[in-house]
Design a protein around this ligand. Sequence first.
Ligand code: FES
Length: 104
Amino acid sequence: MKVKTVNISEINENSVKKISIGDKDISIFNVEGEFYAIDDMCSHSEASLAEGEVFDCKIECPLHGAEFDLKTGEAVTLPATRPVATYDISIEDETIYLEMDENA
Ligand code: FES
């Protein structure tokens, strides 16, 4: 299911926007003009990844410093060991759409 989110102009280059879809918080990152969407909640504990630092297309959790690959959601450093969900993005008429499960 394709879910309409925000206009690309709402997420400046090298910044992030946190949105809510149903009961899920999702962070959409703009990294040098490429958009990536991941679950906002760190897989290690309760921290918002939107508040972390981005470098090399990875997000560093603000709480304990685990890093996640923005493309795959994979946890690349401890203390996180589980990935975070990623969402396929499509852009139509400057609007970002996320591909979500029907029951998300
Ligand atoms: S809450 Fe993110 S690394 Fe611990």
